[in-house]
Design a protein around this ligand. Structure first.
Ligand code: 3H9
Length: 683
């Protein structure tokens, strides 16, 4: 079936785009649309055009899969120019989301109408490019510089209402009336002699605060540091204020080509597709339908349990939350309410939504209340004996068809499943703290976990807004296992003469939001530390014994002031130096390059082992875990994509160079093979 069709409605030509799933402007679509516009130009019976779309949105923009190959004519900018140059009015009817090229095509039309639920935006910056089909030059001319800058530089869309306020949309109409209203609008405009043409408008662009660009750069400086695309976006908008349209558009094209062929955009496009690919489970086809989930049980009302429960409450599920003591239950419930209220204060929830979410929560002390839950997730203490006990009880209490999940971060899900009479209905659902905010969910597939249960977990993850990645069973699954490889080296580096601030700084410089020792301080050094059995055997133990239990205690690897700012700690460094002196290592100057290689190459190696063992389905899944759960900078694509980019032979050579200092790192055969053949982890 054709992806673009035309219908005549009297003197109006209706051009309909139908290219599921997101109506992307592929080569085929661009060709067909250009042909329709050419027909409209030559047909005297046609006095106006309506562009509309079928499906659940208007368009997700250019077809990103076509990036990286030579542009094919008509390009999107050429198509949009043809629409703008048509000497007959063109009305676009936005039936929903219109992003990137979808928004740019709207800017090329004379009139824009939208349904109330439409979201309109230019998210190109999020995939490391700028709007390259006129967006940076037309949008400021239509809405003014102050409104255009955040849309282009943050990539966040605006609602139809906001779009109308700023002049991006002319009318808002009900979805069921959209087609007819668009035709009526086009007919109404057909009689006029003049129509607004975005590229020729001068009424909105001249009047802006001269400091707007510098203020914007200063306000967003930290978030945009190290990224190529946002800087180019700002520059392009600035040029729109200074250059004639044709010259501005030539600069936009130049910037676009530079960015789209750069490493950052390649990496960000990889992240985009890897996240979507991660939702697909090898061997579980679309014919495997998810099981119905209406009521969810959560065991534990601590930070983790409460955060997990909030995900489901927000998404409209009924939740039963179980604790052993009334005061712990009350405390947990109060924190959840406080978190919701904070969200409401930021304008991201209404007071009614807060009450509705809390109204769906049933806090209880008795596990028997879980009997009719469709899914129960336990977030109790991370000890196998306790988990086994809980699963044994759940098996007896829960209805036979209920799914039982553990939020374990490290433990053997197969051993947990074996305590039940329904191992096929048991799996791991590993949330990341704070569980109501972090996007990652590791779905841990036990040997016996059924395809239906896996499909249900992936479907649920999508419904609660998570990026889900399937992991096999191993100690720490994908994320924590690789984190362990990094932490071993971070600790070893301290014993060889480095200090926490130097190690952390290297990762901050790489683009991580925090380094391993900052992270340890934030989590608390006393996780898993027992004052009764402490033996002063590790730096961490001694720091805990000294009361340096992390940021919450005012000190850990660093000292913290009242503002929670870290400063290097003489006391902690003395402990480290003392251990280093007794380690037998010769103290030496360690370069930042060595630190980066020692921290990151063993992670890549661990990722390769994880792939080799089949724990992860694909390299992109590992990247998705690290970008969404551990702050790996997305513009480098995740550990495996980054390794592909710098070259696997280089990674292998680095591992071999440092081998004597890393006796526990066993180099993966997969890495060796790929390095030898010039291969990549990601396709
Ligand atoms: C652009 O327009 C450039 C111009 O400025 C200049 C050009 C010269 N292309 O996300 P979903 C696939 S740049 C190709 O699950 P949702 C996606 O991979 C573009 N494929 O749906 C998935 O495939 P699969 C600027 C795309 O409803 C399927 O569609 N635009 C594209 O949750 C469903 O996607 C953007 O950056 C695409 N543009 O969300 C917007 N978009 O089924 C990028 C999606 O095989 N897209 N696919 O896994 C999005 O943000 C979301 O996909 C959207 C829908 C909000 C549209």
């Amino acid at each position: 079936m054709s992806k673009v069709t035309t219908q005549r409605e009297g003197n109006v030509l209706v051009v309909t785009l139908d290219n599921p799933p997101v109506n992307a402007f592929s080569t085929e679509v661009r060709n067909a649309m250009a042909a329709a516009i050419a027909d409209a130009a030559t047909d005297d019976a046609i006095e106006a055009v309506v562009i509309r779309a079928e499906g659940r949105m208007f368009s997700g923009g250019a077809d990103i899969t076509e990036f990286g190959s030579a542009p094919v004519h008509p390009t999107l900018p050429e198509l949009i120019d043809a629409i703008e140059d048509l000497p007959k009015p063109v009305v676009i009817a936005l039936n929903g989301t219109a992003l990137g090229g979808g928004c740019e095509i709207a800017l090329g039309c004379n009139y824009r109408i939208a349904v109330p639920g439409a979201k309109i935006g230019l998210p190109e910056v999020k995939i490391g490019i700028l709007p390259g089909a006129g967006g940076t030059q037309r949008l400021p001319r239509v809405v003014g510089v102050e409104e255009a800058l955040p849309i282009i530089v943050t990539g966040n869309p605006v609602s139809a209402q906001k779009a109308q306020e700023i002049g991006l949309v002319d009318r808002i109409v009900a979805p069921e009336a959209l087609r007819d209203e668009a035709i009526a609008f086009a007919r109404e405009m057909a009689g006029r002699a003049e129509h607004p043409v975005s590229s020729r408008r001068t009424d909105r662009i001249g009047d802006y605060d001269a400091n707007v660009f510098n203020t914007f750069r200063a306000e967003h400086g930290r978030r945009l540091k190290g990224l190529d695309a946002p800087a180019k976006c700002i520059e392009a908008v600035e040029l729109a204020t200074r250059l004639p349209y044709d010259e501005g558009i030539a600069k936009e094209r130049e910037f676009f080509m530079e960015l789209v062929n750069g490493d950052q955009s390649r990496a960000l496009r990889h992240v985009f597709f890897a996240e979507r690919q991660a939702g697909k489970i090898d061997g579980v086809g679309k014919d495997v339908l998810p099981l119905p989930i209406r009521k969810v049980g959560v065991i534990g009302a601590g930070t983790m349990g409460g955060g997990i429960a909030m995900n489901f409450l927000t998404a409209g599920y009924d939740v039963v939350m179980v604790e052993r003591q009334q005061d712990a239950l009350d405390r947990g419930t109060a924190i959840m309410r406080k978190n919701y209220e904070a969200t409401a204060r930021k304008g991201r929830m209404t007071a009614e939504q807060v009450e509705a979410a809390m109204g769906r929560l049933t806090p209880v002390l008795d596990m028997a209340a879980l009997a009719d839950c469709d899914l129960v997730i336990e977030a109790v203490f991370e000890l196998m004996a306790i988990k086994k006990d809980v699963f044994g009880q759940l098996d007896a209490i829960c209805k036979p068809e209920a799914i039982l999940a553990s939020n374990t971060s490290y433990l053997d899900v197969n051993a947990i499943a074996a305590c039940t009479s329904r191992p096929e209905q048991v799996l791991g659902l590993h949330f990341f703290s704070p569980a109501n905010i972090m996007r990652l969910l590791e779905v841990v597939r036990g040997d016996a976990t059924s395809p239906e249960v896996l499909a249900t977990a992936m479907d649920l993850a999508r419904k609660i807004g998570k990026v889900a990645v399937v992991s096999g069973v191993c100690h720490g699954f994908i994320g924590n296992r690789m984190l362990g490889a990094r932490q071993d080296q971070a600790n070893a580096l301290l014993m060889e003469g480095a200090l926490p601030a130097q190690v952390d700084q290297v990762l901050l410089g790489f683009g991580f939001p925090m380094g391993p020792f900052q992270m340890a301080d934030l989590a608390g050094l006393d996780i898993g530390w027992d004052p009764d059995t402490t033996s002063s055997a590790t730096v961490r133990e001694v720091l805990c014994e000294q009361g340096r239990r992390g940021q919450k205690a005012g000190g850990g690897f660093y000292d913290y002031g009242a503002d929670r700012q870290r400063t290097p700690s003489e006391a902690a460094n003395a402990v480290i130096r003392d251990f280093a002196a007794r380690s037998g290592n010769e103290k030496r100057e360690i370069t930042d390059d060595e630190i980066r290689e020692r921290l990151l190459y063993p992670m890549v190696n661990e990722g390769a082992l994880i792939l080799e063992e089949g724990v992860a389905q694909r390299a992109g899944d590992i990247d998705t875990v690290w970008v969404n759960g551990y702050g790996w900078p997305p513009h480098t694509g995740g550990p495996m994509f980054w390794a592909d980019t710098i070259g696997l032979d280089k990674v292998l050579a680095g591992l071999e160079r440092h081998a004597a200092r890393m006796p526990d790192v066993h180099v993966s055969q997969l890495l060796r093979d790929k390095a030898a053949s010039g291969g990549r982890f990601n396709g």
